[in-house]
Design a protein. Structure first.
Length: 106
């Protein structure tokens, strides 16, 4: 019988931030979508800036489950004299964070 993963109905902002930071400590757990890579290049956002946003940023919205069963939310960090925002998704079944996009808040 296959193992089943139970996804909680809610993920508090505190738990989401704690889980995000723990996962982001290992760069191998971070997946960057092609869309995010394109937007980062277009907006002069480095991998290191995104990594710092994931490790030190604050949530800017309440986590919500998306159509793929992942917890999606935004995280922001004031870095390099600018305000960086990243949309991310956490996989509830494995230690992985997916960077969906990144942009400068003007």
């Amino acid at each position: 019988m296959a193992a089943r993963h139970v996804v909680p109905l809610r993920l508090s902002p505190v738990k989401a931030l704690s889980r995000l930071r723990a996962i982001a400590n290992d760069p191998f757990n971070i997946e960057v979508t092609q869309h995010a890579k394109s937007r980062m290049a277009e907006r002069d956002i480095t991998d290191e800036q995104v990594l710092q946003c994931l490790r030190r940023g604050q949530l800017n919205e309440t986590p919500a489950i998306d159509v793929h069963g992942m917890w999606k939310f935004g995280v922001e960090l004031y870095i390099a004299g600018d305000h960086l925002s990243c949309a991310v998704a956490l996989d509830p079944c494995r230690p992985a964070v997916v960077v969906i996009t990144a942009f400068w808040v003007r």
